[in-house]
Design a protein around this ligand. Structure first.
Ligand code: ADP
Length: 492
């Protein structure tokens, strides 16, 4: 099958979150299974510094955005270690900017225009690629107009009429909402601006648009697919999603073990696997403690946290427990993240007041992310909600025991260390259900207690996690099944 991916971020070209990891990995796995994926993304400024070759092509697109004709050009690259072509849509007025979506804490004012252009450019490129596409696989609000264009404008256009469209929802918290006049940019008739289709409380909503017009929908874990059909996790779109429940499924994201495996991780001071992890981790822990200015304390639990500093990730809870423990407990915290100012301030205060217990890096660093996973004994993800979450799966492989809120993909991947699950050998972490600081603290207490007093049990927990296989192979097969069902329906 020929599958076109349209995504606003792709590893290794540009990334702000898990979406980029997914679209960087799934197409490569599909290629291994004998399919022919091709990826489209914008040519942001970051892309030029990512170290991948970018070849100019002669493919030029000119598309209508509102009352303007906007020109773009396609650059060509490929996903590393694969033959998967990546087309990057170059349009410097829109994409040659410091960040992907926002700058200095504010969204770019013309985001609707930028991604309308991107969607139209992908639609036009479909016709000039010289390869018949079976499936267009779109991701998140930035590509939400593509399903609408396919249904509304291209349903009877030769070459387009059999294309089926899958829309993957990576996070309902980001919907691409714009004022109603931006409807003019899309070029679609005002009749679609109604509450069954593109409108949401008076605004244009591009995520809802994708939900309504795609042939099928999926989220990135089975539990999140169920959770978003109710409020509050539907973020206002639960009823729209229930309406499409017959075509909505959940497929867990996978891990790219070519990149995330401590036995061949280029960023680590010592590589290790499940047979020698105690020495390997001790080495990596000492190296990170030294690099980040923490005292070299081999026996003190080192707790890692990596992620966007956003409400979604539960930093309020984590901050509260950190404050409670700052004077009381001998644990070290290593935190890597960027995001909202209030959390920058909170974490900055803690690390300034307790430099022996907190190491803070307010930046985006792949290198440090790998090193922290390897150094940590435990890894906390106290997300309010979590569509899938990747770091808990990375942590399992790196022997950093995950401590998570039981929600979405965290719940689908982490089995709590209850006596039963420990006895069955299925436990791989600690989880808590009630979303408050007390319950997070209890889970952390259980983890610290086992770490200190039950080293044999701890070893089993770590090794169960390290042996598990969360690779893309299984999930990619599930995507193929879904594509095949969709393609059969499209032809039928
Ligand atoms: P989300 O997509 O909601 O941000 P995920 O857990 O699905 O969360 O994916 C986040 C990805 O981004 C992971 O690969 C994580 O390591 C990475 N990441 C997040 N923040 C940083 C950071 N400050 N530095 C390096 N990597 C980061």
């Amino acid at each position: 099958m020929n599958i076109l991916f349209a995504s606003s971020e792709v590893v290794p070209f540009a990334k702000t979150g898990g979406l980029a990891d997914v679209v960087g990995a799934l197409p490569r796995e599909l290629e291994r299974l004998g399919h022919h994926p091709v990826v489209f993304m914008p040519a942001y400024r970051q892309v030029r510094h990512c170290g991948e070759p970018l070849d100019p092509t002669s493919i030029v697109v000119t598309v209508r955005v509102g009352s303007k004709d906007v020109r773009g050009r396609l650059l060509r690259s490929r996903l590393p270690d694969s033959n998967v072509p990546v087309y990057l849509v170059e349009q410097d007025d829109y994409f040659d900017r410091p960040q992907l979506y926002r700058d200095s804490g504010t969204d770019y004012k013309d985001n609707c225009e930028r991604f309308t252009f991107f969607c139209r450019a992908v639609m036009q490129s479909l016709g000039v690629l010289g390869m018949p596409i079976d499936i267009v696989h779109c991701h998140d609000w930035q590509t939400g107009l593509i399903p609408a264009y396919l249904k509304i404008e291209h349903a009877r256009v030769p070459g387009y009429e059999h294309i089926a469209c899958l829309f993957t929802l990576h996070n309902l918290g980001y919907q691409g909402q714009f004022w109603h006049w931006d409807m003019l940019l899309t070029g679609l008739d005002w009749k679609y601006f109604n509450w069954h289709q593109m409108e949401f409380h008076g605004h244009l909503n591009l995520l809802k648009t994708g939900i309504v017009f795609a042939d099928a929908l999926n989220t990135v874990s089975p539990r999140y697919a169920r959770e978003i059909q109710q409020e509050p996790l539907g973020c206002g779109l639960a009823s729209a999603l229930r309406h499409r429940a017959d075509v909505l499924s959940g497929i867990l994201n996978g891990v790219n073990y070519d990149v995330w495996d401590p036995s061949r991780d280029k960023w680590l001071d010592a590589t290790y696997d499940v047979t020698n992890w105690t020495e390997g981790k001790a080495h990596c822990k000492a190296a990170v403690q030294q690099e980040l200015g923490l005292p070299q304390q081999p026996r003190q639990p080192l707790i890692g946290l990596i992620g966007r500093l956003a409400d979604q990730k539960g930093w309020d809870l984590v901050g509260e427990v950190m404050q409670r423990w700052a004077h009381l407990r001998n644990v070290q915290w290593v935190i890597l993240g960027t995001g909202e100012e209030q959390y920058h301030r909170l974490l900055h205060r803690l690390s300034t007041n307790h430099p022996h217990k907190f190491a803070l890096r307010l930046e985006f660093s792949d290198r440090l992310a790998h090193r922290i996973e390897a150094a940590s004994d435990m890894f906390v993800m106290a997300s309010r909600y979590e569509p899938c979450g990747l770091n808990q799966m990375y942590s399992l492989r790196y022997g950093a025991v995950p401590i998570v809120h039981r929600t979405g993909g965290l719940s689908d991947t982490i089995a709590d260390a209850t006596p039963d699950q420990l006895a069955q050998g299925t436990a791989n972490g600690f989880s808590f259900s009630t979303f408050d600081a007390d319950h997070l603290e209890q889970a952390l207490n259980r983890a610290c207690h086992m770490y200190e007093w039950e080293p044999e049990q701890w070893r089993r927990l770590v090794e169960t996690g390290m042996r598990q296989d969360w690779s893309w192979a299984h999930s990619a097969r599930q995507y193929v099944e879904l594509y095949e069902q969709l393609a059969a329906r499209g032809r039928g």
